[in-house]
Design a protein around this ligand. Sequence first.
Ligand SMILES: Nc1ncnc2c1ncn2[C@@H]1O[C@H](COP(=O)(O)OP(=O)(O)OP(=O)(O)O)[C@@H](O)[C@H]1O
Length: 342
Amino acid sequence: MTIRLDQLRRCTVAVDLGAARTRVHLKQAGLVVDEPSVVAVNTYSGALMAVGSVAERMTGRTPAHIRVIRPVTGGMVVDIDMAQRMLRAMVGGKLRRAWRRRPMLRAAVCVPYDADPLARRAAVETLAGVGARRVELVDAPTSAGIGGGLPVQRAEATMILVCGATTTQVAVLSLGAIVSATTVPLGGETISNALVQHLRNEHELILPSQAVRPLHIALASAAGSSTTGAEVHGRDVVTGLARTVVVDPAEVRSAIQAPLTGLLDAVRTVLHRCPPDLVADLVDSGMTLTGGAALLPGLDTSMRQHTGMSVHIAEEPAVCAVKGLAAMLDGAVRPLSLTGRR
Ligand SMILES: Nc1ncnc2c1ncn2[C@@H]1O[C@H](COP(=O)(O)OP(=O)(O)OP(=O)(O)O)[C@@H](O)[C@H]1O
């Protein structure tokens, strides 16, 4: 994917349409939307009932006539109509004002680096549906790298992990482009699902979808030396009654071993495909975690222990991708100059 900085500078809106959250940055206004990518609709009338955090709170609590929909998954818009309605409801008034100022509204959207033509088309159509006359696509590792303040333009390796809700992209960049990369269908949601499944299998406890937070905190204990257990409340599989279970941090760690191994395999695959000169650069610079799941307690420590590389978490990792797009819109990213000094 070639980034056209001159075209990006002419864009007014930057959008990161994620499986978990949607983020919109407007030129001169900043980040105007950072909401869950969720829509609630009335199945009888088809009317939109709620979007964002209000719709997310309805998950698992709806009567038969209300359906909660996630129009984006795996970095791809799977329901264009719902995604358009969600975006319109989230940015409606703000976007209309921007559109009035610039009738030729141009938007920049980040997509997975390996997005197929269908996924790209879906992203373009979604933005076209909310008024964009032209849409520029930027790959997520590059925009997250720029947003995380990494020197992706230099003639040296930068390793970045974009840890989303349903996918993780691992990439090594040099001279402003991806040299080696892979995507795995693992993310924050996968890890939460592994924990929910473990509780069900080993403790016969059904955990509410939003109750995995104490287990996340236990992961931090497992990475350190603390042995404090995590207390979780759920419903007994057999009796259906409410029950509390204390889970040992080591047990939590072992429950997420499979997704964690998948992430480590992805890092190894990318390093294997990378030219030796770039791998040598990474000895000093290590890797940087971006995306919301980078905040999973203990993920950085675990990566460090298993790869032997230094691991950093970017500042505000969840918004790195949209911040990177915003930097390109604002002209803060200079075109690559091979004669430029470091
Ligand atoms: N403090 C936190 N601790 C643990 N996990 C977190 C934290 N904050 C966010 N997450 C996880 O990060 C994920 C969301 O990250 P992000 O917003 O980058 O995803 P996305 O871009 O919407 O997803 P994708 O890239 O898969 O489309 C969720 O799975 C969420 O559980």
